[in-house]
Design a protein around this ligand. Structure first.
Ligand code: UT7
Length: 336
């Protein structure tokens, strides 16, 4: 997919949802050997949202309803649902089916994408390709994770890092050439799988085996290895994308990186030569919500009326797999 093709695809609407329960860093000080100071200094996180009940689909539904409302569409106008998540409601049926039923999208088919923190970037390319090919007219693209379902809240190395949330957008044809989802750079390197994983619950280590250890059901992360790779690869992917499009860093209006650590975000922003004002940060209030970080950040920018037609937005991610990538979006929203 590139500028030489003559069908253009855009993000016509975007919305997000975070559960109402705010968990600040003091909460963890009460029972873990940690401190507000350590968490803020090492990660940039001040607070996050925890869903006290429900599943990932319950985070998606309010965001999806608002996304449809903003575009003035009904559930039956959606013909494909893609849910990017590593915390599906069930192993099967897929979460797209749960969302289809709960929302009443009676004309839709769909499926889930598992690419961890790169879920939304991979999902955007998939959805855009479907619309470009004519396979779908309007895709409801959801990035959502209930990270508390896989989080060991008694392990300070992970408890403080994640939150729950959802971001949803609608992908459809663009009425303007050269606007919308323009191009992307996507990668996977399975040799990095050992550094960020949850091993139990799949076919390798089914949950019912008596020798499954509780920690196998939680996140395992070798933070420093992931950190270094995230900085290098998000930077490289973004530079490669700019080069492909014959653009420079000066052409970027907004850079929306995956939100895993403020130090990663700042380091990538500096390597790209971007001023702080162009680098979008939401990790302070919502922590790492995996597939939801990028679409929710985009939705908040839109709500703050900061997105203008023609803005060059680059989204970039890095996560388990390793998976990583970057996409260029030239903003062209639906205007009622
Ligand atoms: O979203 C998917 C991709 N994920 C990422 O991109 C995350 C990348 N990695 C990171 O963001 C950082 O590596 C972490 C935030 C996970 C960890 O920060 P760090 O500065 O790399 O710390 P570290 O893992 O090197 O640990 C340093 C020390 C350790 O103590 P010792 O062994 O030196 O005594 C940890 O046990 O910090 C300790 N520590 C904590 N101390 C207080 C780890 N977590 C905490 C905590 N409170 N919550």
């Amino acid at each position: 997919m590139n500028l030489t093709d003559n069908t253009f695809v855009t993000i016509s609407s975007v919305a997000h949802y975070f559960p109402p329960t705010v968990i600040n860093n003091k909460y963890f000080e009460n029972y873990l050997d940690t401190s507000n100071e350590w968490i803020v200094k090492r990660t940039g996180i001040h607070e996050r949202r925890f869903a006290l009940n429900g599943a990932t689909s319950d985070l998606i539904i309010p965001a999806a309803k608002e996304c449809l409302r903003r575009r003035n569409l009904r559930p039956r106008d959606i013909d494909c649902i893609i849910v990017c998540t590593v915390t599906p409601d069930y192993q099967f049926p897929n979460t797209a089916a749960v969302v289809q039923d709960k929302l009443g999208c009676r004309n839709a088919w769909g499926f889930d994408i598992s690419a961890a923190c790169s879920g939304f970037v991979f999902g955007l390319s998939t959805a855009a390709s479907f619309v470009k090919s004519g396979l779908a007219k309007r895709v409801l693209l959801c990035g959502a994770d209930k990270m508390t379902s896989v989080l060991n809240l008694n392990d300070r190395n992970q408890a403080v890092l994640f939150g729950d949330g959802a971001g949803v957008c609608i992908i459809e044809k663009s009425d303007l050439p050269n606007y919308g989802v323009i191009d992307q750079v996507l990668h996977i390197d399975g040799s990095g799988g050992q550094y960020l994983k949850k091993v139990a619950g799949g076919s390798f280590l089914p949950a019912w085996h008596s020798d499954v250890k509780p920690e196998d059901h939680y996140i395992h992360q070798e933070g420093q290895t992931v950190f270094k790779n995230a900085v290098t690869e998000m930077t490289n992917a973004t530079f490669n994308l700019l080069r492909k499009q014959k653009l420079s860093n000066k052409d970027i209006t907004w850079f929306i990186p995956h939100q895993a650590n403020l130090r990663i975000i700042k380091s990538v922003g500096e390597k790209l030569g971007l001023p702080n004002e162009k680098v979008v940060v939401t990790i302070d209030k919502f922590a790492n919500t995996t597939s939801a970080t990028i679409p929710s950040a985009m939705s908040m920018l839109w709500e703050d009326r900061k997105l203008r037609k023609g803005d060059n937005i680059i989204i970039a991610s890095f996560g388990a797999g390793f998976t990583w990538g970057a996409s260029l979006i030239r903003w062209n929203p639906y205007e009622a």
